[in-house]
Design a binder for this molecule. Structure first.
Ligand SMILES: Cc1cc2nc3c(=O)[nH]c(=O)nc-3n(C[C@H](O)[C@H](O)[C@H](O)COP(=O)(O)OP(=O)(O)OC[C@H]3O[C@@H](n4cnc5c(N)ncnc54)[C@H](O)[C@@H]3O)c2cc1C
Length: 811
């Protein structure tokens, strides 16, 4: 073994081998892979080898498309066959709701450049005669689906990596990881030690154990998974003979099964409801290439349905049943990227679909390591998306929920129940008592909407407007015509202190830092000028700044800040988390309510728009920002958690005469739409430039140098390629959800990022990106947005429909 390497990749499954190959491809040749046993000896060897592009997140779907396209390149470089069968696949819908979901997936595939086609059940049966047509209402054909040989593919990655200069050490187990003060690692193995500049955890079934070597408890859990292989089936033989090709893959969402041809029989696997975790605490190091005992009773409900839906399967003999473990994260997507709080330690774990995702994971991680940026929008698989609340028992519950719902529809207004409530504020029971329907926001229960007396506080899940519609409308009107109060504990909150705080923030952010007692809004860019943050910053005192941002991105942002912190201890960062909670009051009567709670002057001139001040509010020590996301007159009031209950009671008392209403996240998001305000992770993501996103007001190219300034200057001069636009959509009973294609002149030219019903202005609105050349084309119906398979006319609006001059915020 060498004594030193640039990168030590731990784990020789399909993911580790892909990471190794992609590192060599990106130009890092001095890289090694360390494998406990043989290549593939974790979960990889017994995989069913299927691949597909389907994913709930379009950016992950794109990376899956990359993976599937990569296999020809690997075969060419390595001379090793991947055993490819590019047979295409059918996604079978049993209900109109599932068909609507497929129509959405089909629309999204269009803008991702993936090839899909919607079919009737009859057309689907022509392609896959095993189907009993009466159980299905339609299908989607995905041309990219297929299957491969898991071992051949892993070896093709490994051989290609070796050709690129990598070394692979087999039968070598990493037993310890010791950090050096310079951020490098001593990798201790049972065959000697190696000093590595970077370590990558590709430990698959042992990812948790490798995490524990560096003090991490990764949110990953292995589940048992079964598939069976049938004997030869005459129906398959006959089809192959008459058609000259294999049967396509199939996913039967109702029965929770996937199916594909294997030789002259079929493979059938299930994601059963009665699923079982494997080794929930610790994976034994001596687990080898063994299979687990099959349990057909557990998958019997799926099999029964499968036999009805595909009658030939009921007659087929079973040749083999495979039961093997593989790993999942709480939301089913991989855990990839650098780990916040550790230097040069990277993860590529919880890859549950290694043959659909392994290539994309390897590409993104290698670019991240080599260039400092993954080069794609990888948020949906970024390890930073889980907070400290994702404990081992939380992970266990969520992974089981995710596994058992693998093929279930997740409706846009559906909140999943497992492991909730995890975090609550002191107002939780008060809010529930007032009819709140709660949602999960980065592990925290947050009111979505309030059911009035006599109405059941429950969402009816749907792709269409649902039962919350009149109640969210009432909340919006309550705010716009009077005053409303909402919980805002789910924002991220930070404090920056020290003599270097201002210079540090100024280097990170695009906008000038505020004066004492003032607030600014500011994006944050990466060196390529792409958006990696969007914050509100207040200067509370000399050398003390408070900052608010997206709760989901807290670890993502902390990781970035820590990477750039000066080493002279002149800046300290504190993440408040639930140590600072808040309530926002908004609407034209909100000032009257605030004034009743304080003896400070909060008049228009006494407490101006975008000011920040500490004051007592109804006996409670608070910090107040005169700004809200509603785009109306309003205030954010921030307090320590022990005061939040008292604050709420005081606000409700003071607001009673003004008819104060509770409002939830859905009303807040509706109100921001009619102001054309963007949201983080929808309109603002690392694939867009600040000017493309329309944030030029907050990018000051004349101030000190900041990260991304050169790229931002170029973007300003060249104008970028895209523009964020707001549109009025001629919708019927369903609004956009995000990820719908935007059509113009008979072609898909852009995509929707988010939208919904703007209740106060009574319009269906969408935001999205289109090429800048058409972004000012305001002719009525010049565009179309595809909602649930139907193209609806859409019109770009250049001004917000509510209060375009911003007079209300400043009143
Ligand atoms: C029954 C079944 C069917 C499946 N079907 C499919 C399918 O059809 N399509 C699909 O895409 N996916 C499928 N999968 C999932 C697929 O197998 C996984 O996505 C994939 O194997 C994950 O690969 P990995 O490299 O992350 O993990 P692993 O394959 O588990 O690899 C981890 C490697 O790390 C090594 N290692 C761990 N700790 C150490 C250490 N300390 N020192 C050195 N080496 C170490 C292990 O020995 C192992 O080889 C299936 C899985 C199962 C079980």
């Amino acid at each position: 073994m060498k004594s030193h390497t640039r990168v030590a990749v731990i784990g020789g499954g399909v993911v580790g081998c892909s990471v190794l190959y992609h590192l060599t491809k990106a130009g890092w040749k001095d890289v090694v892979l360390i494998e406990r046993d043989q290549l593939t000896s974790g979960s990889t060897w017994h995989a069913a080898g299927g691949f597909h592009t389907l994913n709930g997140d379009p950016n992950v779907a794109k990376l899956q498309g990359y993976t599937i396209g990569l296999y020809d390149e690997l075969e060419k470089i390595s001379g090793q066959s991947c055993g490819l069968h590019r047979s295409g696949g059918l996604l079978l819908a049993d209900t109109p709701a599932r068909m609507e979901w497929l129509k959405m997936a089909h629309g999204r595939a269009r803008y991702l450049g993936l090839e899909t086609e919607l079919l009737t059940a009859k057309e689907a049966k022509k392609l896959l005669p095993l189907i009993e047509e009466k159980y299905f209402v339609g299908a989607m054909l995905d041309a990219a689906d297929g299957n491969l040989d898991p071992a051949g593919t892993t070896h093709a990655y490994a051989k290609s990596a070796r050709i690129g200069g990598a070394d692979i050490y087999l039968q070598t187990r990493v037993t310890e990881l010791k950090p050096r003060t310079d951020g490098t690692w001593d990798v201790i193995t049972d065959k000697g030690n190696i000093h590595a500049e970077h370590v990558v955890n590709c430990g698959g079934l042992w990812a948790r154990e490798i995490g524990r070597m560096v003090g991490l408890e990764l949110p990953v859990l292995a589940m048992e998974h079964m598939y069976l292989v049938t004997d030869e089936m005459p129906e398959v033989v006959e089809f192959n003979k008459t058609h000259g090709h294999e049967l396509p893959h199939a996913i039967d969402f109702k029965a929770e099964i996937y199916m594909r041809q294997e030789r002259s029989g079929m493979v059938l696997g299930t994601y059963e409801k009665a699923c079982v975790p494997w080794q929930p605490r610790t994976t034994p190091w001596n687990f080898g290439t063994e299979l687990l005992t099959p349990d057909l009773d557990r998958i019997a409900p799926s099999l029964e349905l499968g036999h009805k839906h595909f009658p030939a399967m009921a007659k087929a003999g079973i040749k083999r049943i495979i039961n093997g473990p593989f790993t999942f994260s709480p939301d089913g997507n991989p855990l990839v990227g650098p780990v916040q709080g550790l230097r040069n330690f990277w993860c590529a774990c919880a890859v549950m679909a290694g043959f659909s995702q392994g290539g994309g994971v390897g590409l993104a991680l290698s670019q991240w390591m080599v260039n400092g940026d993954p080069g794609f929008d990888v948020w949906a698989m970024d390890i930073a998306r889980f907070g400290e609340w994702a404990t081992r028992s939380y992970t266990n519950e969520k992974v089981r929920e995710n596994y058992s719902r693998r093929f279930s529809i997740r409706f846009p207004n559906e909140e999943l129940p497992a492991a909730r409530p995890q975090q609550t504020t002191s107002l939780y029971d008060v809010m529930i008592g007032q009819g709140a329907v709660m949602g999960d926001s980065w592990g925290l229960e947050t009111p979505l909407w309030f059911a009035p007396k006599g109405v059941e506080p429950k969402d009816i899940v749907s792709f269409h407007r649902s039962n919350d519609f009149p109640h969210v409308k009432r909340e919006c009107l309550g705010v716009r015509n009077g005053v409303g109060v909402t919980e805002i504990a789910n924002f991220a909150k930070y404090e920056f202190t020290g003599s270097g705080a201002e210079a540090f923030l100024s280097r990170m952010m695009t906008n000038k830092m505020p004066r004492n007692g003032r607030i600014i809004l500011t994006p944050m860019l990466n060196p390529d000028g792409k958006l990696i943050g969007d914050f509100t910053i207040a200067k509370a005192a000399d050398e003390r700044f408070l900052m608010w941002g997206s709760s989901q991105a807290q670890k993502y942002h902390m990781r970035w800040f820590e990477r750039h912190l000066p080493t002279d201890a002149s800046v300290a960062i504190r993440r408040f988390d639930m140590g600072l909670v808040g309530l926002s009051i908004a609407g034209p009567k909100s000032r009257d309510v605030l004034q009743r709670l304080t003896d400070e002057d909060v008049s228009k001139t006494g407490f101006k728009f975008m000011e920040h001040r500490a004051m007592d509010i109804g006996y409670v020590p608070a910090m107040i920002n005169r700004v809200t996301y509603t785009g109306d007159l309003g205030y954010e009031i921030w307090v320590a958690p022990e005061y939040q209950r008292k604050l709420y009671m005081a606000i409700m008392e003071a607001g009673r005469d003004s008819g104060i209403v509770n409002f939830g996240m859905r009303a807040l998001l509706s109100m921001r739409l009619e102001k054309n305000f963007p949201t983080w992770f929808r309109e603002l993501r690392p694939i867009y430039g600040g000017f493309e996103a329309g944030l030029e007001r907050f990018i000051d190219l004349t101030k000190n140098d900041f990260i991304g300034r050169d790229a931002a200057m170029k973007e300003k001069q060249g104008g970028g390629k895209l523009r964020r636009v707001s549109m009025v959509v001629d919708a019927t009973d369903a609004d956009v959800l995000g990820d719908e294609p935007i059509w113009h002149g008979g072609k898909v030219i852009g995509w929707v990022t988010s939208g919904g019903y703007a209740h106060y202005v009574d319009k269906s609105l969408a935001q999205g990106y289109v090429p800048k050349e058409v972004a000012t084309e305001t002719k009525k119906g010049a565009f179309e947005v595809e909602i649930l398979g139907e193209r609806r006319p859409a019109t770009i609006i250049l001004e917000p429909l509510f209060d375009p001059e911003g007079a209300r915020m400043r009143m």
